[in-house]
Design a protein around this ligand. Structure first.
Ligand SMILES: NC(=O)c1ccc[n+]([C@@H]2O[C@H](COP(=O)([O-])OP(=O)(O)OC[C@H]3O[C@@H](n4cnc5c(N)ncnc54)[C@H](O)[C@@H]3O)[C@@H](O)[C@H]2O)c1
Length: 448
């Protein structure tokens, strides 16, 4: 099938590559020409493990084309995916400007029947909003050209996005049009049936992927409610971790004991510095905003946000407990990305923690295996180091913010020698506490 993917970010690029891999003819477009130029030159605009190989393979096979000519791509393809960003406004309401802009352009460019699939995470009612904007912008000669809208939320996790695209746990179609649902099933058929050659060797024959067919409003809500639930799980565990600290219990044992109950489960049960990234913070706020808008109280969601904000400042409190006055102290931060295996720094915990430490007068150095520039929201006084040892030289304190697996292999004997004070705050309960205590470090985790 002939597919156009609008927005070549984390979701659009992965979606386009996955559809090309299952033999669709895909054009990925973006208004950001620098992004498209990078892709045309064989470079990845984002860090996502495994993605580059699939891009290279499908560009070679001519299944995948990159362009900044959005209009021509809409005209030439039959199926149009919308994958543009929906960042939060200060009130928490999602900013739908990019989505509106794209909808207008689709309306103006429609020259034959098109199926418009929305993958961006959007508030309830957005499928109807897209439809209205497209209709208003149809040109005179194309007034009779029909189109349909499907809500098809994306559940990929950055860092595991390629796997998630090929092996999703569910696919949701929000539409009441049977013809369009059948077309969607056809489009995703190899993924639904798990019948494709993944990296030339489909590792396991997996079960068919469950399809949820529902109305567009429920589909939009499935996405928000899923992210809000995951964020709730983490905030809940963080609250229990804080109780553990007060009563002398061990959060690792507590969460393990809880998680073995299959009704609870072991995933998303890690205490730490709290959730961040481009999705959870904005999606929880957006769902809370929708709840208020419709007169439904979102007490749990608001508490989930509050616990998460507080969790960042637990790190600062722990730093104060260890160092006393923060001013003029040297603090080495390990990890800038909001989680490992991505270069995404949107709403990363590192930003809040580093900004507060700088505000308190510390000299902050930071190291991340893939983030090598200071993120725009971060205080520009932070020094980005080339390696972890440079970050920690003469440091009074190490703060681990992102649980990159690389940090497990650090030479902690050397680190003990180069640091001024042997203080570690492990914001992810990730390092080997016993080993570090044996080496003479003072170790502070979250809830143990
Ligand atoms: N990143 C994730 O992990 C993830 C997971 C699931 C869902 N989502 C949702 O998917 C959507 C996209 O997220 P993302 O992380 O890929 O965003 P992103 O910022 O990485 O990418 C969005 C892209 O859209 C482009 N764009 C904006 N306006 C455009 C226009 N008018 N024409 C062409 N291109 C345009 C931007 O230049 C950008 O490259 C969001 O709604 C997000 O909530 C994200």
């Amino acid at each position: 099938m002939k597919v156009c993917v609008i927005g070549t970010g984390y979701v659009g690029l992965v979606t386009g590559v996955c559809l090309a891999e299952i033999e669709h003819n895909v054009i990925c477009v973006d208004k950001d020409e620098s992004k498209i130029n990078m892709l045309l030159n064989g470079k990845m605009p984002i860090y996502e493990p495994g993605l580059d190989k699939f891009v290279e393979k499908n560009v070679k096979k001519k299944n995948l084309i990159f362009s900044s000519d959005v209009e021509s791509a809409i005209k030439s393809q039959d199926i149009i995916f919308i994958c543009v960003g929906t960042p939060p406004t200060s009130a928490g309401k999602p900013d739908l400007n990019s989505l509106d802009e794209v909808s207008k352009l689709i309306g103006k460019s429609i020259n034959s029947y098109k199926v418009i699939i929305n993958k961006s995470t959007v508030p309830i009612g957005t499928a109807k909003r897209i439809k209205k904007i497209i209709k208003e912008n149809l040109s005179e000669e194309n007034k009779n050209n029909n189109f349909d809208i499907v809500s098809n939320p994306e559940f990929l996790k950055e860092g595991e996005a390629v796997e998630d695209a090929f092996f999703p746990e569910r696919i949701v179609f929000g539409s009441d049009n049977e013809k369009v649902i059948n077309l969607m099933k056809k489009l995703y058929e190899p993924i639904i049936n798990q019948d494709f050659d993944y990296a030339n060797n489909n590792p396991k024959k997996r079960e068919k992927v469950p399809i949820i067919i529902t109305d567009s409003t429920s589909s939009e809500l499935i996405k928000y409610a899923s992210n809000a639930f995951l964020a709730t799980k983490i905030s809940f565990v963080n609250e229990v971790a804080n109780i553990c600290e007060r009563v002398g219990a061990n959060i690792l044992d507590v969460t393990y004991g809880m998680g073995l109950d299959s009704r609870i489960g072991t995933k998303y049960m890690k205490a730490g510095i709290g959730w961040g990234g481009s999705c959870f913070p904005k999606d929880v706020r957006a769902l809370s905003f929708t709840a208020e808008e419709y007169g439904a109280h979102a007490s749990i969601l608001n508490a989930v946000i509050q616990v998460n904000n507080y969790q960042r400042f637990k790190i600062i409190q722990k730093a104060m407990d260890l160092l006393g006055i923060i001013e003029d102290k040297i603090i080495g931060v390990l990890g800038i990305a909001f989680k490992p295996n991505t270069d995404d720094t949107r709403e990363a915990p590192s930003v809040t923690v580093i900004n507060k430490l700088v505000e308190l007068g510390a000299e902050v150095r930071a190291y991340d295996p893939v983030v090598t520039k200071i993120p725009p929201e971060m205080d520009q006084k932070v020094i980005i180091s080339k390696d972890p040892y440079e970050t920690l030289k003469n440091a009074n304190l190490m703060v681990l913010v992102t649980d990159w697996v690389d940090f497990l292999d650090l030479d902690f004997v050397k680190i003990k020698q180069i640091m001024k004070n042997p203080y570690i705050i492990d914001g992810r309960n990730f390092l080997e506490k016993k080993k570090l205590l044996d080496l003479g470090f003072v170790y502070r985790g979250i809830g143990y």
